[in-house]
Ligand binder design. Sequence first.
Ligand code: NAD
Length: 254
Amino acid sequence: MNFQNYFKNKTVLITGSGRGIGLEIAREYLNHGAKVIALDINTKKLLNLRKRYKNKILIEKLDLINLNDLKNYLKKLPKNFKNINILVNNAGMKSAKNLIETDINNLNNLINFNSIKVIEISRILINFSLKKNKGKIINIGSSLSSHGAVFKAQGGGSDYSVTKSMVHIITKIMAYECAKFKINVNAIAPGIIQTPMHARPMRETEKKHLAKIPLNRIGLPKDISGTALFLGSNYSSYVTGQIIHINGGMLMIG
Ligand SMILES: NC(=O)c1ccc[n+]([C@@H]2O[C@H](COP(=O)([O-])OP(=O)(O)OC[C@H]3O[C@@H](n4cnc5c(N)ncnc54)[C@H](O)[C@@H]3O)[C@@H](O)[C@H]2O)c1
């Protein structure tokens, strides 16, 4: 089967696509013929994609803390990018504080960014074009975060875990609410994926985690992007409200 142009009539908006998992998801969608709107506070690495895919990608340096900027940006989109079909809520912030000690304002800010923004950005995009297009929403949660027993085994801490568990329940409830619009809402829950978020060399990540991963390797962004394509495609049209764990078997859930 040739999937090269599978997404040729689709436009995908990906938050936090300046590096790591989001950048790889952007690359894969472009590789499969989609138009991509890439949003990030740091857009340097995206310029290589512009060189290769030229007018198929729009790159915008945008801080998602202020969603008025996103709303204004959407209003000004060129006509051939306005018809967004797929939203990938990928942007996220890492933190590693205990719930019983962390400053409550910091916790509120983290929940606001990692969880509430997923609702807000989805709402904006649902009304902008996803409802009309019977589109898809793909949220990025976290495999280990929803399992208290392994808090110590991962990069983020308790506060981060709370926010990502929220992403999972938000995904299910939004899937329920969006079903009447024929919008599918699913989440990918990555395990330990080597990205700049971890800010350490691969060897260190391996030393810390490898013994707990049955597939005996740390994940890479490209281990996530294939599932992001599947969830944006018609092959997943009967899949909604699901959290797909990609963790090399570190947790076996289902
Ligand atoms: N790497 C992992 O092991 C792992 C595991 C589970 C879940 N995740 C989740 O996957 C997603 C991607 O993670 P990653 O590892 O690629 O992280 P990363 O830190 O490498 O990339 C996150 C991107 O989000 C962008 N971003 C952050 N704040 C922003 C803001 N205010 N406005 C716009 N963009 C902003 C950053 O600039 C960055 O490019 C995150 O939601 C993360 O929580 C990652």
